[in-house]
Design a protein around this ligand. Structure first.
Ligand SMILES: *Cc1c(COP(=O)(O)O)cnc(C)c1O
Length: 396
């Protein structure tokens, strides 16, 4: 396993953000994980199984595709890292494969997970089927309605899908419910968190599992362009796992610009947004200190995005740190612009992207760059799951 390229301290802090703010009842689980994950994931047997599954089950390496018509349109060399071609349709499975092997080596029998768009839930249900483990996925009731095909996919794979009915009935509420269940279910359960959020060591562990994305970009770009380093790497950010994976091997290379794209919903200041870095302030969310959208007295603001995967009131602590230090640039894209960008990519390159990813595509219109700059956009997922949303929106 690669060494963390971005400095995280003993307690899991990236600068001011991170840590493990958890109830007493969770201490044994988190401690067990913290004490063991580095040695287990570094072991030869783990690495062998992880690499073999990424190759033959997930289908890695995913292509780094030169998007010629998009490049012509924007007068840049635009490459798409095709995480949409991963088994199950998004980058999420890189992390669930890693965590299921870890869970097995820790002797766990039962898996719980939260999901927003359903991609993480499907990726978790998939690896549970692969390993013969019991699987329960918590999902906001609203998300269950807007991502119905993924709910059925999870059920076909043998997982139980439990609706979260509090708050805005979306990802935040599903995460709350999964955490509650983890507290109630003692030692035999592993919680597979789907993004670089949650208490330490989750953010760091998930970033490492996703770091395979930029590991591949480096050698793929080298063979296509003669350099490992693009000028710009762009990715959408919900919790931030696909961005963390795409940025990972470039953190310490200041000449590579990192651009993170959040969801502005109906507009950053519309009251219906998920633009965390624009609106957020430091606080504790789901076990870590990070930036989150909250009222003055610390109530978490209900977020909104047309894409269920970005509909989250916080970001992972590593991204709060990248924002705080200025290492990454943060942009926010509105629902309508993302939908249009999704259609545009479909017609320019023959790729229907997930609506999450479409936010990153639209951001091409918001940045400055030089002609012929090499821009890598992480194509986090495919649009199959979003067909209903595209149809309802209808503007094509
Ligand atoms: C889940 C998801 C996201 C958002 O999650 P991150 O942890 O920020 O990557 C983005 N795109 C797709 C396709 C997803 O499924």
């Amino acid at each position: 396993m690669v060494k963390p390229l971005i400095q995280v301290d003993e307690k899991g802090f990236y600068g001011k953000f991170g840590g493990a703010y958890i109830p007493e009842m969770l201490h044994p689980n988190i401690e067990e994980l913290r004490e063991n994950y580095e040695s287990i994931t570094a072991s030869q047997s783990f690495q062998k199984e992880f690499k073999s599954l990424l190759k033959d089950f997930v289908g890695r390496p995913t292509p780094l595709y030169f998007a010629s018509r998009l490049s012509e349109q924007y007068q840049a060399k635009i490459y798409l890292k095709r995480e949409d071609l991963c088994h199950t349709g998004a980058h999420k499975v890189n992390n669930t494969v890693g965590q299921i092997i870890l869970a097995k080596k820790l002797g766990k029998k039962r898996i719980i997970a939260e999901t927003g768009a359903g991609q993480h839930g499907v990726a978790t249900a998939t690896v549970c089927a692969l390993m013969g483990m019991d699987c329960t996925v918590y999902m906001g009731e609203l998300d269950m309605a807007r991502q119905k095909p993924n709910v059925e996919r999870m059920r076909i794979l043998g997982a139980k899908v439990v609706p979260a009915t509090s708050g805005s009935k979306t990802l935040k509420d599903a995460t709350n419910e999964a955490m509650r269940q983890w507290i109630n279910n003692p030692v035999d359960t592993h919680y597979i968190i789907g993004s670089v959020v949650g208490p330490h060591p989750y953010p760091e562990m998930v970033a490492r599992f996703q770091s395979v994305i930029s590991e591949e970009i480096k050698w793929q770009l080298k063979s296509k362009e003669g350099t490992e380093n693009p000028d710009i790497v762009m990715a959408c950010v919900g919790g931030g796992s696909n961005a963390a994976g795409a940025f990972y091997h470039y953190y310490n290379l200041d000449q590579v610009r990192l651009i993170a794209v959040e969801a502005a919903g109906l507009g950053i200041h519309s009251g219906k947004s998920a633009a965390t870095t624009a609106l957020g302030t430091p606080g504790i969310l789901h076990g870590s200190k990070t930036l989150l959208m909250q009222t003055e007295d610390g109530q978490v603001t209900e977020p909104h995005s047309i894409s269920a995967g970005l509909d989250y009131p916080g970001i992972g602590p590593v991204h709060a740190h990248l924002f705080d230090t200025g290492r990454a640039e943060f942009l926010a894209v509105e629902d309508e612009d993302a939908m249009k960008a999704g259609i545009a990519l479909s017609r320019t390159e023959g790729i229907i992207p997930a609506i999450e990813t479409a936010h990153a595509i639209h951001a091409l219109n918001m940045i400055e760059y030089k002609t012929d700059d090499i821009i890598v956009i992480n194509l986090s997922g495919r649009g199959d799951k979003d067909l209903d949303t595209y149809i309802k929106w209808g503007g094509y």
